[in-house]
Design a protein. Sequence first.
Length: 152
Amino acid sequence: MWVGLVLLGLFLLFEPFNLREMVWAWARTTAHRVLAHLTRLDDAISGMLTRISPSDAVGLGLIVIAVVAIVLRTRWRLLTDKRYTALACPRCGGPIHRVHRKGVDRWINAYVPVRRYRCADSRCRWEGLRTGTSRQGSPSRNRAHARDEEAA
């Protein structure tokens, strides 16, 4: 790697062409292309806005507001409902322990923080997701945290 850096340095010292002009020309060409695309995008948006009536715009706005409200309300319900936050097996009521998440769990985690759990009872073996807004530690961790708060 070091030899490669030395060779690159020597090349840049003795190059027969002006690197600064090449980079400047590339940047100028790129800027012109980006501005041309932005101009076309501006024309397309302007054309679309001239075809939309005010009632269409209000209707679209109401739909967007309603969809956002539904998404936020659903997320809030998933984060606060005891069925999804309880750290007990929903089948047998026994203790559960964390296991490794699956790939789809990570995608769900982008919307709602989830962790995968499995029932500790070998006969039940329920496995599923639990939601939570913060790390829900073990009872011993919670007791240690409570002691730290009392000491402070």
